[in-house]
Write a protein that binds this ligand. Structure first.
Ligand SMILES: NC(=[NH2+])NCCC[C@H](N)C(=O)O
Length: 481
């Protein structure tokens, strides 16, 4: 059923055909204030609101665009109280079960049917979480769909919490990135994200959906003698990479961020691996300041159309110049904390002499013109319309983190008002997800009619998790543009 072409992503904006997403699970509702920061949330959230008022709309929009019949045939019943949200739950019979909008929990449940995988997984996860040996026997007895749910939420059917939650599993992007027909797995920096990454690894190496790709799944690892190094050296040489720092912008071009989460050693390995395996010709490393607010490059820019990007103004040419003010550079070193370093490595060329880009806009413009052959001038929408303090405020709530459903149609958060104004100024329509869904349900509009539009998702709870719709998606297939 799944052919080779099922996995292929060569741009950020080609029509999206398949992706992996994970709906907020019960574990998110168990985050407590003292642990919120450790678990990489800025606050505790209200699960029911996050699901029913926010994430479910995201899911419905995705299904409408990627798997129309699946949702349209049921749209009038799925949210009735008597349906108990079973449409959204992978362990229920009425679950949407799409092969276009794919939930890892469903794939996990499938692979757990096999006894050898089940026992290996239970052993790895229990070892990682440091649980008792006897718990393993208890887990072995669970039915696969319940075991899958428990491994993710950490909660047994009798409500006992046996593992910490993995609330960031909704940010599937960070776990793996499709680079042409390869999949680059992550190696998370943060301990809170390790269980997610173990789960994903098992899925990619064991689920029949990826059977043709086993030798195309790339794992980036620490150097062989890593465990011999002392703490300081380990800190310096550690290899960590998260998907939010990896952007497949064109068939021949991959971007890799170096950030709070992705290390220079990981970026070096990616450059070598991409060239050795002949996956892309150019890898551009974008070094951003290691800060919580910009944990991955995709929190500071994403693409809307081949010639249109949304980006954080403090990283822009103008933003940097403004910050420098009337300071006279010959008086001393003025180094802005927001200055980026952008280095491009081309296959077959000397790595000692990478191509340098002075500004982010120069790189993005080069991608638009030379990689994506745009015939129109490249344009930029700036977070908060580049007005202080809106630029920073809205970047913090993911104004720069939009997901393209097709070229020119993106999903973003509703709370970033000034950024939305910027979209309008660039000729984009701005619509609320709920209104759009209503028009789809009543057949007043069809997904193929939607062009040049920013779809706004309610985001009061979601944004506290510090990620947007780009982070909440792991594209597996996009059309070529
Ligand atoms: N691709 C992204 N920007 N992901 C955002 C991840 C947010 C998550 N709370 C974390 O800190 O890990």
């Amino acid at each position: 059923m799944h052919t080779n072409q099922d996995i292929h992503v060569s741009s950020e904006v080609g029509t999206l055909r398949r992706l992996m997403i994970h709906s907020p699970d019960e574990g998110i509702g168990k985050v407590i204030p003292t642990k919120a920061q450790d678990w990489l949330f800025e606050d505790i959230i209200h699960l029911d609101t996050m699901r029913k008022k926010e994430y479910d709309l995201y899911l419905k929009i995705l299904l409408y665009f990627l798997d129309y019949q699946n949702i349209h045939s049921r749209i009038h019943t799925i949210d009735l109280p008597e349906s108990q949200r079973h449409f959204y739950k992978p362990d229920k019979e009425d679950y949407f079960n799409s092969d276009k909008v794919i939930e890892p929990q469903a794939l996990l449940s499938h692979i757990l049917e096999k006894n050898d995988i089940r026992s290996r997984m239970i052993a790895s996860i229990c070892a990682h979480e440091g649980t008792s040996y006897s718990l393993q026997d208890e887990l072995m007895e669970l039915e696969s769909s319940i075991l899958a749910r428990t491994m993710i939420s950490g909660i047994l059917p009798d409500k006992r919490m046996i593992f910490p939650p993995i609330p960031n599993f909704i940010f599937t992007r960070d776990l793996g990135i499709t680079v042409n027909d390869h999949i680059l797995l992550n190696k998370p920096k943060k301990k809170a994200r390790t269980r997610e990454s173990i789960i994903m690894k098992y899925i990619f190496f064991n689920h029949p959906m990826f059977a043709d790709y086993t030798d195309k799944v790339i794992e980036i690892t620490d150097p062989e003698d890593f465990f011999l190094l002392d703490d300081e050296e380990q800190e310096q040489k550690s290899v960590t990479i998260e998907g939010g720092d990896v952007m497949m912008v064109a068939p021949n071009h991959l971007l890799v961020g170096v950030s709070e989460r992705t290390s220079i050693h990981a970026a070096s390995k990616v450059v070598h691996e991409m060239h050795k395996r002949n996956i892309v010709e150019k890898v551009t490393v974008v070094k951003i300041p290691a800060k919580r607010a910009y944990m991955h490059i995709d929190t500071t820019f994403t693409q809307v159309k081949r010639n249109l990007w949304v980006m954080f103004g403090s990283f822009s040419k103008e933003g940097l110049k403004k910050e420098q003010g009337d300071f006279i550079p010959s008086l001393g070193n003025f180094k802005s904390e927001n200055e980026l370093e952008i280095l491009q490595y081309v296959k077959g060329e000397n790595y000692d002499h990478p191509i340098r880009f002075n500004y982010l806009e120069d790189l993005l413009n080069d991608i638009s013109l030379n990689d994506l052959h745009s015939t129109e001038p490249t344009q930029f929408i700036y977070s908060g319309n580049n007005k202080f303090p809106h630029g920073r405020r809205e970047q913090w709530t993911d104004s720069c983190n939009v997901l393209a459903l097709k070229e020119g149609v993106v999903i973003g958060y509703d709370r970033n008002d000034k950024t939305s104004e910027g979209f309008e100024k660039h000729g984009m329509k701005v619509v609320k997800a709920a209104d759009l869904l209503q028009d789809f349900a009543q057949e007043k509009l069809f997904p193929e009619d939607i062009k040049d539009t920013l779809i706004l998702l309610p985001s009061a709870e979601l944004s506290r998790a510090r990620g947007g719709s780009h982070c909440m998606s792991m594209p597996l297939k996009r059309d070529y543009i």
